[in-house]
Ligand binder design. Structure first.
Ligand code: PHE
Length: 455
């Protein structure tokens, strides 16, 4: 059953690729924006809780499914030794569809980042005569420019993916991830010295449950899954490139902890600026792009810091796009027997067409709104609050009922480490009972709210 499949070259390479997948626009762009919209503290606390109680066990499960079967999401869900028939494959199809949609608006937002690199080079954020907060507003009204930028991004992502796992993904992640971490810490220190820092920390870490709405609970869950790239099959594909000797629980723990920590850092970086420059915390998807440029204007060497930051942010966006892309490529290669390069080009074409919707959401389609929310935000939240929890539920039930326990145990337990022996029953119970129970409960709650709002 084990075909000759490419693998990650080194353990460090896998870490960088998995962290590169997890750490992207979700962490730096989406986390602050949804935290702002959902009122801060209580939302953040729930996000951390869901990351530990749901996302981490699911991450181990997705990687495990990939590692054992060496298949893409659909192949894993119809793996012969465990299942007969193709009943479970619809979960995989849903994951594939969600990947296309997310990749399309992710591509558009990555295009925004490219625009900010160019604006940084032109000195827009350090020039006293321009208002850096307006750069994003102007861009949003220009759908044509957004689609052009998105195309540049798609070409970059396609050329990496077409070259394959080791050549493309590992190499680019190894270089840019560490640089981005260093810049983030530098900015974080500066941000924490701003006058609004105290208010920001209070906003982020003082949970005021009276502000917590039921939709915020679901958003926290959806985001905890999204930020770890779960519910798409992307981590199943990455798991399938793991060498047999890699030990899953510890790898997953490292990836999840780093990503959660970085999300919190992103919050601590952005919100002091929000409260110092009096930016509206409920701004939505433009939040990151409205706040950071304000900080660059005040920093020593701000011109260079701005460029370096957006270049690195771009690479974070690129490595996540590549991960989304890779899940789809694995699917087309395994299931449709396509060659890697033609799979990559087909995906790029479909993504481009879908990206038109998001790129024009603030211009041509600006009148299509749900409440206050524009089309891009509606698509973003629709996929992340509905599709991802449903796909995750499917995967986790499959893991619980179809994958034999002794196989799970073999992957989880490392004879040399006593702690894995002790933790195994807890993880198994979490996967079999706690996670499905919480997911079903939260999905039903969300459905109830949706129905009540419609009545
Ligand atoms: N986790 C990535 C982020 O936080 C997004 C992503 C989702 C990447 C699914 C790959 C697959 O930006």
């Amino acid at each position: 059953m084990l075909r000759n499949r490419a693998t990650f070259g080194t353990r460090f390479g896998f870490y960088m690729a998995a962290i590169g997948s997890a750490f992207g626009l979700g962490t730096l762009w989406r986390f602050p924006y949804v935290t702002g919209v959902n009122g801060g503290g209580a939302f953040v606390l729930l996000f951390v809780f869901f990351s530990a109680a749901i996302a981490l066990p699911v991450l181990i499960s997705e990687l495990m499914l990939g590692k054992i079967t060496r298949q893409n999401i659909l192949g894993a869900l119809s793996w012969k030794p465990w299942v007969t028939g193709r009943r479970w494959r619809w979960i995989g199809r849903l994951g594939v569809a969600a990947s296309f949609v997310v990749l399309s608006y992710y591509t558009v937002v990555s295009g925004w980042v490219i625009h900010f690199v160019v604006q940084g080079i032109m000195g827009r954020f350090t020039d006293a005569n321009t208002n850096p907060e307006l750069v994003i507003d102007k861009l949003l009204t220009r759908g044509g420019l957004q689609i052009l930028l998105a195309s540049v991004h798609l070409i970059a992502a396609t050329s990496i993916v077409a070259r394959g796992v080791q050549n493309g993904i590992e190499k680019s992640a190894k270089i840019f991830m560490p640089i981005l971490f260093v810049i983030m810490i530098f900015l974080l220190v500066h941000s924490l010295f701003l006058p609004g820092a105290y208010e920001a920390l209070r906003f982020l870490f003082y949970p005021d449950f009276s502000k917590l709405t039921t939709t915020a609970v679901i958003q926290a869950l959806g985001h905890a899954l999204f930020t770890l790239s779960l519910g798409f099959g992307a981590m199943i594909a990455y798991g399938s490139y793991l060498k047999p000797e890699i030990h899953l629980p510890s790898e997953a723990l490292v990836v999840a902890s780093i990503d959660t920590l970085l999300s919190l850092c992103a919050g601590m970086l952005i919100f002091p600026i929000v409260f110092t420059a009096h930016v509206d915390s409920t701004t939505g998807p433009a939040l990151l792009f409205k706040t950071l440029p304000v900080l660059f204007g005040q920093l020593p060497l701000g011109y260079w810091v701005a460029i370096a930051f957006f270049v690195c942010l771009y690479f974070a966006a690129l490595s996540s796009s590549v991960a989304l892309f890779e899940g789809l490529v694995a699917y087309l290669m395994d299931e449709r027997k396509m060659k890697r390069a033609s799979a990559a080009y087909s995906i790029a074409t479909i993504t481009f067409l879908l990206a038109l919707v998001s790129a024009f959401s603030s211009s041509l389609f600006k009148n299509i709104k749900v409440g206050e929310r524009g089309l891009l935000e509606v698509i973003d939240q629709g996929i992340i609050n509905w599709t991802i929890p449903v796909v995750t539920l499917g995967i986790i039930i499959f893991m619980g009922v179809k994958v034999p326990d002794d196989m799970k145990k073999e992957e989880f337990v490392d004879a040399k480490s006593l702690i894995t022996v002790k933790l195994y029953p807890t993880w198994l119970a979490t996967v079999k009972y706690l996670v499905p129970f919480l997911l079903v409960g939260l999905l039903l709650l969300q459905l109830g709210i949706a129905i009540a709002n419609d009545l």
